[in-house]
Ligand binder design. Sequence first.
Ligand code: PHE
Ligand code: ZN
Ligand code: ZN
Ligand code: ZN
Length: 301
Amino acid sequence: IIFNEGNPGRTELSVGTLGTPKSIPVVGLSYEDAVALLDQVEAGPVSVNVSTEVETDPNRTTWNVIANLNAKDLKKVKNKDQVVVVGAHLDSVTAGPGINDNGSGTAGILAIAQEMADLKLTKKLSRPVRFAFWGAEEANLLGSEHYVASLTDQQRSKIYANLNFDMIGSPNYVRFVYDGDGSNGGPVGPPGSDVIETVFTDYFESQGLASEPTDFDGRSDYGPFIAAGIPAGGLFSGAEGVKTPEQAAIYGGTAGEWYDPCYHQACDDITNLSVKSLNELGDAAAHATLTLTKSRSGLFP
Ligand code: PHE
Ligand code: ZN
Ligand code: ZN
Ligand code: ZN
């Protein structure tokens, strides 16, 4: 199930499932309709066609959705002043429903949150976890900028790290890890970003999966965090870049084509996903979230 803020306007939620034995058209989904629909989705395999109203008012209001550890579980956390913010942007461009960009990342971190609760992992953390579903990333990172700017110096100093997941199910995917140490010749992140990069690359290596660095250039919601000196990292399965023959030999897929041929287009719909990518990068995201929130020793210099 993929939640996405979708296009701005009255309809703010789109829902889809994989597998298509049954189809229900939905227009103008209210919160109540969405909940009823979720009950149906849970009852059996259905697919949901979503149509949204597009509203282009530049002054419209939008929101971040922030989920914190509950007070009871927080009590048991040793390092209360070392919050790990795990984020993904909830909005899409108005051109399309934004299922890979960024239903994939938001569904991924929502699944991690649900699993951490179901498996009672939230009761055994060394650091607090905070899940952030950012608004208005596509309008120049407005949601994450606002969040970081709205914190007091003291609150900001209590953010230990930021993990970001923006596009993790690209159809022609590569396992890109944000290049926190600048080893690929690009910008270097704040100290600790190199350690986070290693958490991801070591994980992929342990699974026998190839990965490679991608520029840590601030093109997503980790940007405001690194600008504030907070260590960050994350994963990316590729957007408008062209897959090289070398990458096709390693990861499969099609050389000469975009990693996501529907990037920022109407066809970024429920069919525009590699479930394999979503699984592999989603598991790596869960691993990094648990490594940062559970490890008892300090991770950063
Ligand atoms: N932030 C870009 C978008 O939402 C996607 C992107 C993510 C590009 C990470 C590069 C690195 O369209
Ligand atoms: Zn985008
Ligand atoms: Zn994005
Ligand atoms: Zn690197």
